[in-house]
Write a protein that binds this ligand. Structure first.
Ligand code: AMP
Length: 318
């Protein structure tokens, strides 16, 4: 757990408003690490603005709660800094690129936590639409089950709306979009409207022959999106029947005990179609962005920790 402190001294907010304030007069509590991680980037920036080093702002604590110490002026400073960033600084716009089963759903949430920008998965959004049987869901259902691509018009519309939401104001991580050159160009055009562009494409590289085992052994906890694998990451409860076959009823989520499911398109036959679509329609997007110098390759056919350290390297400017 963390404690965030603004040092108890007068600091001049010259770069914000020229006011002088006394920090460290009040305590604000953030109840869990998740919400805390969301404010860390702003606190770090506000700390710079306040003339405080990050060590004065952030340090580890044994307490069970995350506490932010600071006067209401500190909160104002954070808000002003946040507004300034979302108005004048470019958004960080990343594409997590790779075939089905490459690890986008595994590493995306880690990038999300680290940078405080959301992962936008068109696959998850479409699956939610299918579950809710919305108009879009009804249109997408059959083509998704067969491993085909939903129309560009539908997915571009979904992303166009989603990236205007508040949580995307500092940027976002695209997962599963763009999947065609038409989608990439539509994305570029909607970003160009605000003078923005894609800042990074992280390509997770895995040979096709490895993907079938990854995809066909994958089980998912629908509510949380937690992902398991019968060989590489089995749930604690997993059992085999006397005949050596998987006991399906033993496939339950480690945390909630709720049943796990397999995606309708995580089958060998759908995978053939998904992979051919990936090579034919999605891979050409790489050359489209290569000229911009933003594409970074990651060997995703190695242990998870090694993949993550390569992902970190690809995110770094150094
Ligand atoms: P995913 O979870 O990314 O593997 O996506 C699951 C399925 O949703 C895909 O096989 C497609 O049918 C559909 N889908 C997701 N994103 C897109 C997209 N950008 N364009 C077209 N279809 C998509």
């Amino acid at each position: 757990m963390y404690t965030v402190r603004a040092a108890s001294r007068r600091v001049k907010l010259s770069s914000i408003s020229g006011r002088s304030i006394t920090a460290a007069s009040k305590t604000k509590t953030v109840t869990n690490e998740e919400s805390f991680s969301k404010v860390v980037p702003y606190l770090a920036v506000a700390g710079l603005t306040l003339g405080l080093s990050s060590t004065q702002l952030i340090e580890r604590d044994e307490k069970t709660e995350c506490s932010i110490f600071g006067g209401s002026n500190v909160e104002d400073a954070i808000k002003e800094t946040e507004d300034k960033f979302s108005t004048y600084w470019p958004r960080n716009i990343m594409i997590l690129f790779g075939p089905p089963g490459a690890g986008k759903g595994t590493h995306g949430p880690k990038i999300e936590n680290m940078l405080g920008i959301p992962q936008l998965s068109t696959g998850d959004m479409l699956r939610a639409a299918v579950s809710a049987q919305t108009e879009v869901g009804k249109k997408a259902q059959a083509v998704m089950k067969a491993g085909g691509l939903v129309s560009d018009e539908i997915v571009v519309g979904i992303i166009r709306d989603r990236i205007t939401e508040e949580d995307c104001k500092f940027g976002f991580i695209l997962d599963g979009f763009p999947r065609t050159l038409v989608q990439a160009k539509a994305l570029d055009a909607m970003l160009a409207d605000e003078g923005a562009c894609v800042t990074k494409v992280i390509e997770l590289q895995v040979p096709d022959q490895v993907l079938e085992e990854r995809i066909c052994g994958r089980w998912i906890h629908k509510k949380s999106g937690r992902s398991y694998h019968i060989k590489f990451a089995p749930p604690k409860s997993m059992k085999l029947n006397a005949d050596g076959q998987l006991a399906v009823e033993s496939m339950v989520d480690d945390e909630t005990g709720e049943e796990l499911m397999q995606r309708a398109d995580d089958t060998s036959s759908a995978l053939v179609k998904r992979l051919s679509g990936y090579h034919l329609e999605t891979v050409p997007i790489l050359s489209h962005y290569q000229g911009h110098g933003v594409v970074k390759e990651v060997n995703a056919n190695q242990g998870m920790d090694s993949v993550w350290s390569e992902v970190l390297g690809s995110l770094s400017r150094k």
